[in-house]
Design a protein around this ligand. Structure first.
Ligand SMILES: NC(=O)c1ccc[n+]([C@@H]2O[C@H](COP(=O)([O-])OP(=O)(O)OC[C@H]3O[C@@H](n4cnc5c(N)ncnc54)[C@H](OP(=O)(O)O)[C@@H]3O)[C@@H](O)[C@H]2O)c1
Length: 356
């Protein structure tokens, strides 16, 4: 089975590679911005974890900012499945930048796959906020994510989140028009690996640990009832790897979220304990915090918080994780204990910050 993977160097992508690499029946074609150096560095990353891939690995050039190059990539790779993980995942993106990379390129990849390999499977990654009806309504979207005014959504949610929402809606419509089944994952905020704790510096949880470590978190965002829904990166990687290796799975939406994700005060307490720092007890309402972060860019820089990241804190939402949990249970997968994940994540951040 030949799998074309975009975003293999990312937080989820590298652990997916780690999970798939032992399978000698797989050919993994990695779509990378700088194919050779990035493939070499991924091989070194695997080797540092005592992993000599049994799967065949090769790399092809890919750039999310050029949707017009998607067809050539798919033609060269001729995959049986395309796992599209790459995204411009950053705060403060312009609507044009975000939509080109996260929307137009996803659509171009699906069109190309349907044209060149109509039987091949496509896995797309959206986000958990699509199941948060009240949030969608606040942004001006109906329950299916439709709106007549996308510019207003970009203005309210920021480029990253708005482009992921719009991409989801338009990918669904295109898949229906092409009659091409679509596998869609909706991960919660992705935490570090349950043993290694590794997660990138730009991840929301990294920034929260960093603020706690540096004593820069004077108050907790939201109310004691707010939660930051989380899922360990190794669970996400194992889930995608199982989907890849189960050709019966051709379509469906799966929300990946650890149901044990605690309220913010408990999360902060657990991370602070692992970091050897005190956790704040006071709370700041989210609208006020958003105003402060928008009005005082220096505060955002100093604290590492961005107003766009506050949208991922939720309260009183019942998320439906049952379809994903059923599939995972069928494959014998379970979430690693979240306390262990948080302790490993905090350890990783502390060690990395000490080395800076
Ligand atoms: N992590 C989360 O909390 C979370 C939650 C929900 C959904 N998701 C979604 O899950 C997917 C994977 O997320 P992640 O956390 O693994 O992301 P990540 O760590 O930010 O990695 C992003 C990946 O995209 C690639 N990329 C960025 N710009 C590119 C460009 N112009 N051309 C080609 N490749 C480019 C990066 O390659 P380089 O190494 O070359 O930069 C990297 O491999 C994304 O679609 C994201 O929206 C993530």
């Amino acid at each position: 089975m030949r799998i074309l993977i975009t975003g293999a160097t990312g937080q989820i992508g590298r652990w997916l590679l780690h999970t798939l690499a032992p399978n000698p029946g797989l050919e993994l074609v990695l779509a990378l911005r700088r194919p050779q150096p990035q493939l070499d560095s991924l091989r070194a990353w695997l080797a540092a974890r005592h992993m000599q891939p049994a799967a065949t690995l090769r790399a092809l050039p890919f750039d999310l900012d050029h949707p017009d190059r998607a067809a050539r990539l798919v033609k060269e790779a001729q995959p049986d499945m395309l796992v599209h993980l790459a995204a411009r995942f950053a705060w403060g993106l312009s609507p044009q930048q975000a939509w080109r990379a996260n929307g137009l390129t996803s659509l171009a990849l699906l069109r190309a796959l349907n044209h060149q390999a109509p039987q091949a499977r496509f896995l797309h990654v959206s986000g958990f906020m699509l199941q948060h009806r009240a949030h969608l309504a606040r942004l001006g979207l109906d329950e299916t994510g439709q709106t007549k005014d996308w510019p207003a959504v970009y203005c309210r949610a920021g480029g990253y989140e708005a482009s992921k929402l719009q991409a989801h809606v338009e990918m669904r419509a295109l898949a229906a028009a092409l009659a091409h089944p679509l596998l869609v994952l909706h991960p919660a905020t992705v935490a570090g690996h349950s043993v290694e704790g590794e997660l990138p510096d730009h991840a929301a949880l990294y920034q929260l640990c960093r603020q706690l470590l540096k004593g820069r978190l004077g108050a907790l965002p939201g109310t004691p009832a707010h939660r930051l829904p989380l899922v360990a990166v190794d669970h996400v990687a194992r889930f995608i790897a199982a989907l890849v290796q189960d050709p019966q799975q051709r379509g469906g939406d799966y929300l990946l979220m650890d149901p044990a994700s605690p309220p913010v005060p408990v999360l902060a307490q657990q991370l602070a304990q692992a970091l050897g720092r005190p956790a704040p007890r006071r709370h700041l309402p989210i609208p006020l915090l958003r105003l402060l972060l928008k009005g005082l860019p220096g505060l955002a820089r100093w604290s590492g918080s961005h107003p766009e990241s506050l949208d991922f804190l939720v309260r009183d939402v019942a998320f439906d994780t049952a379809p994903a949990e059923r599939l995972a249970a069928g494959w014998g997968l379970a979430h690693p204990p979240l306390e262990q994940v948080l302790a490993a994540t905090a350890r990783h951040v502390r060690e990395r910050e000490l080395r800076r």
